[in-house]
Write a protein that binds this ligand. Structure first.
Ligand code: NAP
Length: 322
């Protein structure tokens, strides 16, 4: 049995340690990928914690719900895995075995680390704005959590789809700078002592009239403030709860403007749909139209990188390189 280097979670709630693990063998309908880049995402941290709605993962396992690498014929691809959600290994290893129908071919010249950083967060931003949010050219969009990968991608995806103005909101100065770099027309600071009324006023001041669509990966207090910026019939799409699981929404705001509050999950997409959108995202990335802040860390340093990503203080997505 040949072995490879891999990050391995031995027990739920503990960070992975790097060690030797069997090289996986592809079965029918599967492909083996030589991994070049694997991001550490909120979903990886959640699954490995054992507190996700997928339950406690079967351990030991290699985490990593997505990655980038090369097929045996040298084709560069992005791929998803079920690591932490179902038994089996993921992307944080030298090799991964993945179902063939989920693999997305990439442009030959694209930066693997960038595609890994964008990954499913960018796919979520894309579909939440377009299919679920119904974004049309000329609309004004407000993006919460704008310093995260979903937020940075959403700013750029909204512009690619013809939004006339994108207003962003983020907490730290570093997160606000990432939103600026992503192309936001205005960036609003979210302060720790903000209440709904104060934040709603600042958001409204930064917007050019009522907002058509809010993209929300955070929920909690910020979403209640963002609702108050919407136009009559305005839409809000929630796709995460980075700030809180609940939010102080008020009925008067919802009903007085006939608002539509919607939810979004990538789980609704088929593997082929995810792969198609990822290929489109990678084409924009290769052309310089889509970028996101990331930090490159070698696989051997995965334990420390995992712990730093979990604190939420890193200046962008950590991407393990192999
Ligand atoms: N539904 C789906 O299919 C889907 C897909 C991908 C991601 N998500 C979810 O979307 C969320 C963001 O993902 P990501 O990839 O952008 O993560 P990320 O790059 O790690 O960024 C973390 C995000 O969380 C925000 N945040 C963290 N703690 C917060 C708090 N206490 N108050 C307010 N904001 C807080 C950050 O806001 P700042 O910008 O202000 O720092 C930042 O936007 C996660 O909850 C993730 O699980 C959902």
């Amino acid at each position: 049995m040949s072995t490879q280097r891999a990050a391995v979670v031995s027990r739920a709630g503990e960070p992975p340690r790097v060690g030797d693990r069997a090289v996986p063998v592809a079965g029918e309908g599967e492909l083996r990928v030589a991994v070049t880049a694997a991001p550490i995402t909120p979903l990886d941290l959640l699954c490995a914690s054992g507190t996700s709605y997928f339950g406690v993962p079967a351990c030991p396992y290699v985490p990593g719900v997505q990655g980038v690498g090369l097929l045996e014929d040298g084709t560069p691809v992005w791929f998803p895995t079920d690591a932490g959600m179902k038994p089996g290994d993921g992307s944080m290893a030298e090799h991964a075995v993945v179902p063939a129908d989920g693999v997305a071919p990439l442009p030959p010249d694209v930066d693997h680390r960038l595609v890994a950083a964008l990954g499913l967060s960018a796919v979520a931003a894309w579909h939440a704005l377009t299919d679920r949010g119904g974004l049309t050219a000329g609309e004004q969009v407000l993006v919460l959590g704008a310093g995260g990968v979903v937020g940075q991608a959403a700013i750029q995806v909204a512009k690619l789809h013809g939004a006339r103005r994108v207003v962003a909101a983020a907490r730290s100065t570093a997160a606000q700078e990432r939103a600026h770099r992503a192309g936001a027309d205005a960036v609003v600071a979210i302060h720790p002592d903000d209440d709904v009324t104060a934040l709603a006023r600042r958001l409204g001041d930064a917007c050019d009239g009522p907002v058509d669509l809010v993209l929300d990966p955070v929920f909690g207090m910020p979403v209640a403030a963002a609702l108050r910026t919407l136009c009559v019939g305005g839409r809000l799409v929630n796709l995460g709860s980075a700030a809180a699981e609940t939010a102080p929404l008020d009925s008067a705001t919802l009903r007085s403007r006939s608002l539509r509050v919607l939810g979004y999950t990538n789980n609704e997409l088929s593997p082929a749909q995810k792969a198609r959108t990822l290929s489109e995202i990678a084409t924009h990335a290769a052309a310089g139209r889509l970028r996101v802040a990331y930090e490159e860390v070698p696989l051997e340093a995965a334990t420390d990188a995992w712990q730093r990503q979990a604190t939420g203080t890193v200046p962008g997505r950590i991407v393990l390189t192999i």
